[in-house]
Structures are given as C-alpha cells and as structure tokens.
Design a protein around this ligand. Structure first.
Ligand SMILES: [Mg+2]
Length: 365
C-alpha cells in the first residue's frame, strides 16, 4: 500500500458575531482538510485549524511522504518533523497533525476498526463538558445564565466558561451567576486563555478554591511552566494546561515540572495521533490525566482509548456554520452527559465536501 495522492482544501466561515475569551477574539472558523489517497483505493481524511500557513506547510510536507505506506506512521512522522526547516512548534505541527490523522483514518479503514480501538479501546463512553461562556458585545449575566441553562437542558453535566477579559471581581460575579443557573451538581470549568500574570492568577485561584471549580485552565502564559507549578502547589483547584504545547518533548517539560494535574493535549495541534499517544502514555506514567482541547470528532476516540482519559471538550457544532457543514453526522451528548467516539472505521466521520464548497478558500474556486 502506497500514498499516491494528497489533496489539500481550506475553508473559512464568518461567525454570526465575533466572540472573545480572556485574550483573543474570534471572527471566523478556519479549517484545512487533507485527503490522503492510496494506490489500492483507500482514502484517509485529516484536518487542522488554520489558514494559508498551514496550507503551504501541508503542501510542502506531502511531497516528502508520497509513496510511503500509511501504516508506517513513525517513519512518516519523522520525515515530516523538520525543526530546522519549518520550526519546532506551531503551524508546522498543525500540518503534521492533519496528515498524521489521515494515516490513522486509513489504518482504521483497512482494519475495519475505529481509532479508539486501534489505540487501546479503554472506555466505551466518556464524560464531556460543553464549552462556551464566551464574552460577546452586549452579552449580559442573564444571557450567560440562559446559555448555560440551555447546555444543561442538552444533557451537560459539566460546562466551561471563559474568564480573564474583565476584572476578577466581575468574573467572580459571572461565575457565581453561572453556578446559580446550573445548580450545585453541574461541574464548572474556567478557562483564562493565558491572560493572567502570576499575582492575578494566584488571586483568582484562591477565589476559585472557595467555589468548587473543576479546573482552572491556562491561568498563565504557556511559557510560564514554573508559574503553573507554583499554582499547583498553592491552590486546591486543579490546573489544566497544554492546548498550546507541542510534541512529546514539550509535554515532557510540563509533566516533569508538575505544572498541571490535567493536560489539554490537542492531537490537531501537537503533532497528530501518533504524537498524542506518546504524550498520553508519558502523562500516565506520572498519574496525570488527559482532557484534550477541542474537536470532539477526533478526541472522543483518543480520550476513550486510554486509561488516563478524563473528559472531552464538546462544542455544539450546530452553532458553528463551518463545523455544522463539515460533518455529515454529529456527536451528541447522552443523558449522562457522556459522548461516544464514532463507531465507524478510522475517524468514523464523513466529511460533506459538497456543503463545504460555499466556504472554500483554497484552492480558489
Ligand atoms: Mg482553553
């Protein structure tokens, strides 16, 4: 079996209204999809978030792996990881991630098994939290409460909200309003998206300790590993980091520094499924739990594959026109607030290229 063609397509959709977390504002969703074809008729799909830099990197990497057997993921990964040429972390690892997911999709299709089982098949279903609680212009406390109540009505037993764009006092009012809306039993996770300095992170952390918060995500800069380790020692609320970390070597530093109790390792960012499994196994050896950031279609497989898979992030794809168009079927929460990985072979999702056409940015229509 040989890879004999790889197509790359990019898509962009504007959000109905821009929304913000503590540090960033998002006006669009941007996705690059690769289709890996083999000489014996298999097709694997992979994707990553990003725009033209990811497209260009993917186009360049595909020439290096043409003719390879997609089962040889370690060799393929090594051929794609060229620190001196593309850099060690960031858009390069996103492009690698998408192509690597394509290989795992093919392996699953050949085996007739979902990626969840190729990696170990530990859990049948896994808990999920609904991500949201963003800032939006004109969004009131009541709007925020309505949003989280709707999520609970959809079956959520855990929800995440953003903090850090406004003062700590205002954010505590938002958190308390959310607790009032969801009741005592729903888990609340908060995410600061790297916005705090060490003083404010500690101050916020001590307030969170009084409020039974499930985890405090990205309190500090992704580069402040020591600062996170200090927070782990000083506050009771667990620290979750890792959506801005890459490769086995990056995560080794987080684990070795005891910088978090939970790692948000994202297979579409850090280097694909091949690399994610290494990260999960290294974390497991130190009794650290894994709860990936974003993209439930791939991460439902990965969280449920490994013993230290804790919980998956869940985005309501119906609220995002690009993600809604992209997948022919959507993962839904069950009555326990759990999700199951798609049971079909490989990634187990069908991409709706017809309905994506309206959003296509590369190749130009
Ligand atoms: Mg986050």
């Amino acid at each position: 079996m040989k890879i004999d063609r790889i197509d790359v397509n990019a898509y962009q959709a504007k959000h109905r209204k821009p929304y913000s977390n503590g540090k960033y504002t998002y006006a669009t969703t941007d996705i690059v999809i690769c289709r890996v074809f083999t000489d014996d008729g298999y097709e694997g799909i992979g994707w990553a978030h990003g725009t033209d830099i990811v497209v260009d990197t993917m186009l360049s990497l595909r020439d290096r792996i043409m003719g390879e057997d997609p089962f040889n993921v370690e060799r393929i990964w090594d051929k794609m990881y060229l620190p001196k040429v593309y850099g060690r972390k960031g858009f390069e690892t996103r492009a690698i991630s998408a192509l690597d997911v394509g290989m795992w999709d093919i392996m699953g299709k050949v085996a007739g098994r979902p990626i969840r089982q190729l990696l170990g098949g530990y859990h049948e279903t896994i808990p999920a939290y609904i991500a949201g609680g963003y800032y939006e212009e004109g969004k009131t406390l009541e709007d925020l409460q309505d949003e989280v109540r709707e999520n609970v009505a959809k079956g959520a037993k855990a929800i995440k909200m953003k903090i850090g764009l406004v003062s700590i006092k205002e954010d505590l009012e938002r958190i308390d309003a959310v607790r009032d809306a969801v009741g005592p039993d729903c888990l609340i996770l908060v995410d600061a998206n790297n916005v705090y300095n060490r003083l404010d992170a500690l101050k916020m952390g001590r307030e969170l300790d009084k409020r039974d918060i499930y985890w405090f995500e990205e309190p500090l800069s992704p580069d402040d590993i020591e600062g996170c380790a200090e927070l782990v020692r000083k506050i009771d609320t667990p620290i979750a980091i890792g959506e801005n970390e890459y490769t086995r070597w990056g995560f080794k530093q987080l684990v070795d520094a005891h910088a978090a109790q939970v790692l948000n390792a994202d297979a579409l960012v850090l280097g694909g499924v091949t690399e994610w499994k290494k990260v999960a196994d290294y974390a497991m050896a130190s009794h650290i739990l894994i709860a990936p950031h974003g993209d439930q279609e791939i991460h439902a497989h990965l969280v449920s594959a490994v013993p230290n898979g804790l919980i998956a992030e869940y985005y309501d794809t119906n609220l995002n026109s690009l993600l809604s168009a992209m997948f022919k079927t959507h993962i839904v929460l069950d009555e326990k607030g759990h999700i199951a990985a798609p049971s079909g072979p490989g990634v187990g999702v069908d991409i709706d290229f017809e309905s994506l056409k309206q959003f296509q940015t590369y190749p130009e229509k």
